[in-house]
Design a binder for this molecule. Sequence first.
Ligand SMILES: CCCCC/C=C\C/C=C\C/C=C/C(=O)SCCNC(=O)CCNC(=O)[C@H](O)C(C)(C)COP(=O)(O)OP(=O)(O)OC[C@H]1O[C@@H](n2cnc3c(N)ncnc32)[C@H](O)[C@@H]1OP(=O)(O)O
Length: 206
Amino acid sequence: MILTSGLQKVFCAGLDITEFYNPNPDRLSKFWTTLQDTWLSLYTTSFPTVSVINGHSPAGGCLFAMSCDYRVMVGPNYTIGLNETKLGIVAPKWFQDTMVAVIGQRKAEVSLTTGKMYTTDEALQIGLIDESLPDANSALKKGTQFLNNFQKISPWAYKMTKDISRQPTVQWLIDNKQKDLDFVIKYMQSPTVQKNLELYLQSLKK
Ligand SMILES: CCCCC/C=C\C/C=C\C/C=C/C(=O)SCCNC(=O)CCNC(=O)[C@H](O)C(C)(C)COP(=O)(O)OP(=O)(O)OC[C@H]1O[C@@H](n2cnc3c(N)ncnc32)[C@H](O)[C@@H]1OP(=O)(O)O
């Protein structure tokens, strides 16, 4: 499966920040549970996945890209990263662990604490993406070539290998789903977080 965007310059703008601003707890609960379930499904697919990152990919966008098996990004003008600290919020543990699995503890810590958005070249350098291509068509071709590798791999061997590799992060969320949800609902009602989100949303307006 190839995960890509139909938009011109945005792969995924991340989670809808308006869902966190002045949240209705019931609605936020459904929103967050859907996100948890979507991520669990994507991170544990029984088939190979590639993200063809054909535009900017902040926060939740970066999470979805990182959750695929391989990342091909169109360069050089787009950016990717977990920028939550720039919003004055914290990337949840499973977001952070997904990044650690891709780029390693040290690089992830720097990336997460600074909320850095990496250009395509920078992302390639730190291993956040696997390949950089100049346009969307060649990126799609590269992504397809990667998937073709699996024609010669046993689906069972593929799935078992991926499960072993991703199990700790997946299991943590399965075991802590309700705790994670309760925390997010409480956290998003904090006046400090609300102020930070208000300022960030204002900064996005043109
Ligand atoms: C200890 C444990 C801690 C637990 C912590 C608990 C919770 C943490 C929870 C969540 C983690 C958060 C994850 C996220 O994904 S947050 C979202 C992060 N996304 C961003 O920062 C993206 C911001 N947007 C941009 O940078 C740009 O819009 C863009 C994607 C680069 C595209 O640029 P472009 O110029 O094409 O678009 P515009 O800027 O014109 O935007 C159009 C329009 O959309 C609004 N908008 C953009 N992104 C978002 C968004 N993610 N959510 C809501 N709204 C968005 C923007 O304001 C514009 O609105 P307008 O009304 O002016 O049209």
